[in-house]
Design a binder for this molecule. Structure first.
Ligand SMILES: Nc1ncnc2c1ncn2[C@@H]1O[C@H](COP(=O)(O)OP(=O)(O)O)[C@@H](O)[C@H]1O
Ligand SMILES: [Mg+2]
Length: 254
């Protein structure tokens, strides 16, 4: 069974059709890179998959559980099977790095039937896990720093730790280095590469083509709300069959 199955996803904003008819599947452990010019619908696709937008039509299921479009309506838990790292980090400014990472697990824990009884243990466990995640992104020593005390690259690494906190089955990145100064992109790309070596299933929207080619198991090229081309990185990067894909690459290589 594929880990992700998207069927006939459509999304409009008013009269503007942003996703025309998107279908795709992913296997566990796969890294899918999505390329495409600005306005081609990449962010909207990720936002639909992460339940931040309501699609008009179609369905998506993770590990067989519907995120939307299922016969029984949305499964409220399935949306936590995906995590999203935003272009602009979107950390909560009033919380420390640690606070940002442990926030979602602590909120989820409150729904547990035995929460009041085991509150201390649960919070302690969530804190330990959050510190471990900060360690994994190389920020163990910044746990008590607030976002404004961190560089952009550090903020984005906190955002990655936060996205991992609910242990999503698929981690999505929306241009994770686009808001960073060039000298800070490396530390973020390194963390994403490291996640791949540990077998994380990921969808990565990026304009860092060299990085994309290195990390992708499969590449999708989006154009005007449709998947114009998809295939192995060697094929899409090396010998694109679609005219728009070729134009996209040549605009970068000029
Ligand atoms: N909330 C919104 N309301 C209206 N139009 C939107 C909204 N979000 C995105 N769009 C439009 O949808 C199109 C695709 O946007 P987006 O998904 O952000 O593309 P990309 O991430 O590939 O640049 C753009 O034309 C954009 O203006
Ligand atoms: Mg975008």
């Amino acid at each position: 069974m594929p880990i992700l199955e998207v069927k006939n996803l459509k999304k409009s904003f008013g009269a503007s059709r942003v996703l025309e008819d998107i279908s795709l599947t992913m296997e566990k452990g796969e890294v899918l890179v999505i390329l495409g010019s600005s306005g081609s619908g990449k962010t909207t696709l990720l936002r639909c998959l992460n339940s931040l937008e309501t699609p008009d039509e179609g369905s998506a299921a993770v590990d067989g559980e519907y995120i939307f479009g299922g016969p029984q309506g949305p499964d409220s838990g399935a949306r936590f099977k995906l995590g999203l790292v935003f272009q602009q980090f979107n950390l909560f400014p009033q919380y420390t790095a640690l606070g940002n990472v442990e926030l979602a697990p602590n909120m989820m824990a409150k729904k547990l039937p035995d929460y009041r009884q085991h509150r201390r243990d649960i919070l302690q466990r969530n804190r330990a896990k959050a510190l471990e995640l900060l360690g994994e992104v190389g920020l163990a020593d910044r746990a008590d720093f607030y976002p404004h005390q961190l560089s952009g690259g550090q903020q984005q690494r906190v955002a990655i730790a936060r996205a991992l906190a609910l242990d999503p089955q698929i981690l999505c990145f929306d241009e994770p280095t686009s808001a960073l100064d060039p000298e800070l992109t490396g530390e973020v790309l390194r963390v994403i590469r490291e996640l791949k070596t540990r077998g994380r299933t990921m969808i990565v929207v990026t304009h860092e083509l060299e990085f994309a080619r290195g990390i992708a198991d499969r590449v999708i090229f989006m154009d005007g709300g449709v998947i114009a081309e998809q295939g192995a990185p060697e094929q899409v990067f090396g010998n694109p069959s679609n005219q728009r894909t070729r134009a996209f690459f040549s605009s970068y290589r000029r």
